[in-house]
Design a protein around this ligand. Structure first.
Ligand SMILES: [Zn+2]
Length: 238
């Protein structure tokens, strides 16, 4: 059946086309396509490389190579995480250049106090956030893919303090990915040493430009997170 659209509809169609075109987010002049939730997500290595060519701060840096002495225990590369599944093909810890630089300053400051950093997670490809949500669709435990996560932007990091000489983690209110009130910054800890450890991590991270998350003592993200698009590039594509 042939449908004849009235001529008056055509400008509306054109306007819709223009609106869809200009709604694509641009980062440093580079358009970022939207995913099924309407979120702009960088999805190809070629696109990521274009962003880096236009702005070196977009580069994801291997922090284990960049920050001397930093320790890693990338839980999502093992089954020792809240999903009980191996989600990463191998252990990797990448952050955007400004976040890596800030974390390096944190590590240097802690080293002067006989302490260091242990990283649990850093950049997380967006499709892994989707997979976590499939396993545990509850925003008390996992980031909702409709919003994305600072980890997908490469500017959030999960970490704790270790003793420099032994590499042993200091006592904190809970373990990593404990989704109870005990992990909240405001949770009253009676042990003064544990309270001091939590506060020391917070104060040194804030001093170097990171913001805390009220519900997770181990999660920090760069204040300028909005400057970095969500990414779905696998570690092997960086
Ligand atoms: Zn986190």
């Amino acid at each position: 059946m042939k449908i004849n659209y009235p001529i008056a509809c055509i400008p509306g169609i054109l306007l819709l086309h223009v609106m869809l075109t200009i709604s694509v987010l641009t980062v440093k002049g580079q358009p970022v396509p939207q995913n099924k939730y309407g979120l702009p997500v960088v999805q190809t290595t070629a696109h990521y490389q274009q962003l880096v060519a236009a702005d070196s701060n977009q580069a994801l840096i291997d922090i284990a190579a960049y920050i001397p002495g930093i320790r890693t225990d990338i839980r999502y590369a093992t089954a020792d995480n809240f999903t009980h599944q191996v989600l990463y093909p191998y252990a990797a810890a990448y952050l955007r250049l400004p976040a890596a630089r800030a974390l390096k300053a944190v590590q240097e400051e802690l080293n002067r106090q006989g302490l260091g950093l242990l990283i649990f997670d850093a950049y997380r490809p967006y499709s892994i956030t989707e997979k976590m949500w499939e396993i545990v669709p509850d925003d008390r435990y996992a980031a909702n893919p409709r919003n994305g996560s600072g980890h997908n932007r490469g500017v959030a990091v999960d970490l704790t303090l270790v003793k420099l000489q032994t590499g042993q983690p200091v006592a904190m209110p809970t373990g990593f990915d404990d989704f109870t009130e005990k992990a909240h910054h405001a949770y009253p800890v009676s042990d003064t040493m544990i309270a001091a450890n939590r506060q020391l991590l917070r104060s040194v991270m804030e001093k170097h430009g990171f913001l805390p998350l009220t519900t997770e003592w181990w999660h920090y993200y760069l204040k300028t997170y909005k400057e970095y698009p969500l990414m779905d590039i696998p570690f092997s594509g960086i």
